[in-house]
Structures are given as structure tokens and as C-alpha cells.
Design a protein around this ligand. Structure first.
Ligand SMILES: Cc1cc2nc3c(=O)[nH]c(=O)nc-3n(C[C@H](O)[C@H](O)[C@H](O)COP(=O)(O)O)c2cc1C
Length: 467
């Protein structure tokens, strides 16, 4: 299934449904598996309620949400999204009965092995839930306080018929909530939502400001009040229209080794200890679908989602570093380990200042090993443009900046030590003023008029020669 999904994703094909997946022991499952939901940027944008062209406006809205007093451009963005802003203030609608609770299994009747949870790669430790929306709230909050909820996508290894591993990395919202309960010696109530609506799935994967609840944000994107229902066995509200919900409690102390699993780096992660969720109930629709995906060396769905999210983040980044013109984080470089930044260059040394600003101010660039800065006439998303800038505007002895002992993703085994590594900045911008004593080359360019004439003539010649 992973191979078929990957081939379909590479072909930029549609969403796939496997009607009769085989469970362990070759028994067919009655629950179909859906994959490739976010297999194209268009579908990711649609999940956010916009077209690809609408992403820039939504990005400006997100920047305005983060900014304490939005600058003029952002204030303008907020004013263009009054509905969304109002929707963020609306309270969810709490229903008494919900499709997601049409079928309920509790206690001894819980059996995760009846769900078609995929084992994706030959070296994987076992079945892995890849699209869970993990819902938690902090200790001391009330179940009705949906504004305090966190929803994050954290992969979950199935241990047996009623136990899962919660792989929330230490800096994630879910991990912070678990800490707050564990400090009191209490178990954390958790709901794992499978097959949430696309806006909820994407909101859970988006790094939203702390002050915005993912569930409310998803409702705002959908243009509706989020419909929630009290869970059956844990004090939490869950999306009423999801396909499946796993409810349970995470021990304050117990951890077990999670993995190895194939990951977005293209390698298997080493096993690491993470907390265990004891499942107290499984609820689902009458005929549920199971949503799945794989993570692996790009392309995978998270890499496509990442490209769309980077476009959404551009206005937020520009609000802090205005000279940034455009940026690209190549999916092939694990979506964050390399960045190409174009700037409107005005003064000597500016490229290095921009690199240091990105590494120093923006947490999402902490693990970006290499930043290449180019001028605004270079398309940062075009390898040919990048290669030309590197070949003609960069000198390795003058334009490369190396840093030592900076933070790094512990998954990067090329780092000399886990969690700490070097960084490289390459200034491939045109050198100006005191940056050079040489006469710099003048860029050759065909006039727009000549280019249009030539394109038209070539098209006509091709047509008349029947090519
Ligand atoms: C398919 C997919 C799988 C993911 N797996 C994990 C994971 O296993 N652990 C993790 O901490 N983050 C994982 N993430 C990233 C988080 O979901 C993402 O950073 C999110 O913004 C975290 O939300 P939070 O800031 O509320 O914790 C995954 C994202 C996607 C799209």
C-alpha cells in the first residue's frame, strides 16, 4: 500500500481508497483505508478553505494574528478577513449525540487489531498510526474550556490491542500538557482523532500561535462552529463528525521504546522512549474510513503540506525580517535542513545579517543546516537559478560563513554530536560597495518586447512545420 501510495503521489494523482485492506492473518478489514488526501498543493489549500492564490492572503492573516499591533499591511489583511476573525471568537457547538459515537467499544471490547493500521516500511517496528490528531488539555483546565485544548499530529505506534505510544517530541503542545498532569502524579486524558475533517487535520499540523486553539481555528477555516461531543470515557470534547476516536489515559511515568520507523529524513529513526496511552474506548461512525499516510524520503504528504505551510509563513517571516523577498525550503532536503532566501539587497553584509536573523529569531530555522542567500532577481524555488547565482555571484573563500556548536535536530546523524552541529551560510548575492573591488558583471536580458515577438514567431514556425 505504501508503494502504491508513493507512486500515486509522484504521479500527482487523486485520493486513493483501498476498499478491502488485509489485516494480520490475511483477514479482510471492513474499514477502508484512505491515503493521499493531501497529495497535491491544491488539495492542501482546499483543506484550508482557499485556492493556491488565496494562500498569500491567509498567510497575511496568520501574520496579523501573531502580531500584537499589526503594521498597516497586516491590519489591511485582518480587515479583509473579518469573517475569519469573528469565527475565531465563536464557541464550539456541543452536541449530545454524534456520528463518531454511533459505534462504541469500551474496556475489554477495545481491540485495535481490527483497524487496518499500516506497517509502512520493511524495517518498521510494527503498525503505526500516521494521521492521528491528538487532543489534550492542561491540568487544571475544564473539559468545557476548548480554548485551552491542544491538537497536534504525533505518530502513534500500536503496541497491542489497547495500548499506543504517544510520540510527542518534548517541545510540542501535547508533551507540555502531559508534563502538567504528570507533575501532579495524574494520568493525562487523551483523545486520538482519526479521520478528522481536512481543516482540523491541517490546523493540528500548523504551528499556530499559543493563543489560538486548533479546533476553533479549523472551525473558522470551515466557516462553521466546530461541532464537538463529550468523549465517552475521558473528560474531553472530541470532533463530532470524525471517522474514529480512540480515548484513553497516558501514564505519568511509564515509557517504552518507540520505533524504529521510517521517517521524513529517508532513514529509520532509532528507538527512543515515549509515554504509553492505555485505550479506554474506541468510538466510530457506522461505516468508518481509516485515514493513513506514510512518511519517508520526500516526496511524501508532509513535504507537500510543508511547502504550502512555508508559503503561509512568508508574511509572518517578512513581518520580522522585511528585506526578505521570497524563500524556499527544498522538500528534498527534508523540508527544513536547507533554505534558499532571496533578498532586496541594499547594503554590504546584508546577506549575513539575514542568515543570522533567521537562525537567531525564528525557531523554525534552528535546524536549517544551510542557508543560501540570493538576490531578488533569482527565483529561490528554481535550482537552475540557484546554480547560476552560486556559479557567478559567490566566492567560496569570501562568501561562506561557518558556525560551530549550534542546535541541531537529534535525528541528524551527520552531526558530530547528537543535538549540536555546524551551520553554513552561503552569500550568493551580487557584491556591492565595500564587498568587492572588482567591476561586477552586468546581467544580460532580452527586452520583453523582443522576447514576446520571438515566442510568438517560434510558436508559429512550430505550428507550420507540424511539430
Ligand atoms: C503526518 C505528520 C506526522 C507527524 N508526526 C509527528 C510526530 O511523530 N511527533 C511530533 O512531535 N510531531 C509530528 N508532526 C509535526 C506536528 O504535528 C506539528 O509540528 C504540529 O504543529 C505540532 O503541534 P503543537 O505545536 O500543538 O504540538 C507530524 C506532522 C505530520 C503532518
Amino acid at each position: 500500500m505504501t508503494a502504491v501510495h508513493r507512486a500515486m503521489l509522484e504521479a500527482q494523482g487523486p485520493v486513493l481508497q483501498f476498499d478491502r485492506p488485509l489485516l494480520e492473518g490475511e483477514t479482510p478489514s471492513h474499514v477502508p483505508v484512505v491515503v493521499n488526501l493531501f497529495g497535491t498543493p491544491e488539495r492542501v489549500a482546499a483543506g484550508l478553505g482557499v485556492t493556491l492564490d488565496g494562500l498569500d492572503d491567509l498567510g497575511a492573516f496568520l501574520a496579523a494574528l501573531r502580531s500584537p499591533s499589526p503594521p498597516d499591511g497586516l491590519r489591511d489583511a485582518l480587515s479583509r478577513w473579518p469573517m475569519l476573525k469573528a469565527a475565531l471568537a465563536t464557541r464550539p457547538k456541543i452536541t449530545k449525540s454524534a456520528p463518531v459515537q454511533n459505534v462504541v467499544f469500551e474496556g475489554a471490547d477495545v481491540n485495535l487489531s481490527t483497524l487496518p493500521i499500516q506497517t509502512h516500511w520493511p524495517g518498521d517496528a510494527g503498525p503505526l498510526i500516521t494521521w492521528p490528531v491528538v487532543v489534550t488539555r492542561p491540568f487544571g483546565s475544564r473539559a468545557a474550556d476548548v480554548g485551552t485544548y491542544n491538537a497536534g499530529v504525533y505518530r502513534a505506534q500500536v503496541l497491542d490491542r489497547n495500548r499506543l505510544i504517544m510520540r510527542w517530541l518534548p517541545h510540542r503542545g501535547g508533551a507540555a500538557h502531559h508534563q502538567s498532569w504528570a507533575r501532579q502524579g495524574e494520568k493525562t486524558p487523551v483523545a486520538v482523532v482519526l479521520g478528522a475533517d481536512p481543516a482540523t487535520l491541517l490546523s493540528a499540523a500548523l504551528p499556530l500561535p499559543e493563543t489560538v486553539s486548533e479546533l476553533t481555528f479549523a472551525g473558522a477555516l470551515n466557516g462553521t462552529r466546530p461541532r464537538l461531543v463529550p468523549a465517552k470515557t475521558v473528560p474531553l470534547m472530541v470532533p463530532a463528525d470524525a471517522e474514529i476516536v480512540l480515548e484513553g489515559w497516558v501514564s505519568p511515568v511509564e515509557t517504552v521504546p518507540e520505533g524504529p520507523f521510517g521517517d521524513h529524513t529517508g532513514y529509520y529513526n532509532p528507538a527512543e522512549p515515549f509515554p504509553v496511552l492505555q485505550v479506554s474506548a474506541v468510538t466510530h461512525r457506522k461505516d468508518p474510513l481509516y485515514l493513513s499516510t506514510y512518511t519517508g524520503r520526500p516526496p511524501d504528504e508532509p513535504a507537500i503540506i510543508g511547502e504550502v505551510f512555508n508559503r503561509l509563513a512568508l508574511p509572518t517571516i517578512r513581518a520580522q525580517i522585511p528585506e526578505i523577498h521570497d524563500l524556499w525550503l527544498p522538500p528534498a532536503a527534508c523540508s527544513y535542513r536547507m533554505a534558499i532566501i532571496s533578498i532586496n539587497k541594499r547594503y554590504p553584509g546584508q546577506a549575513r545579517r539575514v542568515m543570522m536573523a533567521l537562525w537567531g529569531m525564528l525557531p523554525q530555522f534552528s535546524y536549517t543546516k544551510m542557508i543560501v542567500v540570493v538576490d531578488a532577481d533569482i527565483d529561490p524555488g528554481n535550482w537552475d537559478d540557484i546554480a547560476w547565482a552560486l556559479a557567478t555571484r559567490m566566492d567560496p573563500t569570501r562568501d561562506v560563513m561557518l558556525l560551530e556548536n549550534t542546535p541541531m535536530d537529534y535525528l541528524d546523524f551527520a552531526s558530530p554530536q547528537p543535538g549540536i552541529a555546524g551551520k553554513m551560510g552561503i552569500d550568493a548575492t551580487t557584491k556591492i560597495d565595500s564587498e568587492t573591488t572588482r567591476e561586477w558583471g552586468k546581467v544580460m536580458k532580452t527586452s520583453e518586447e523582443d522576447a514576446a515577438f520571438a515566442a510568438d514567431l517560434v510558436a508559429r514556425l512550430m505550428q507550420s512545420s507540424g511539430t
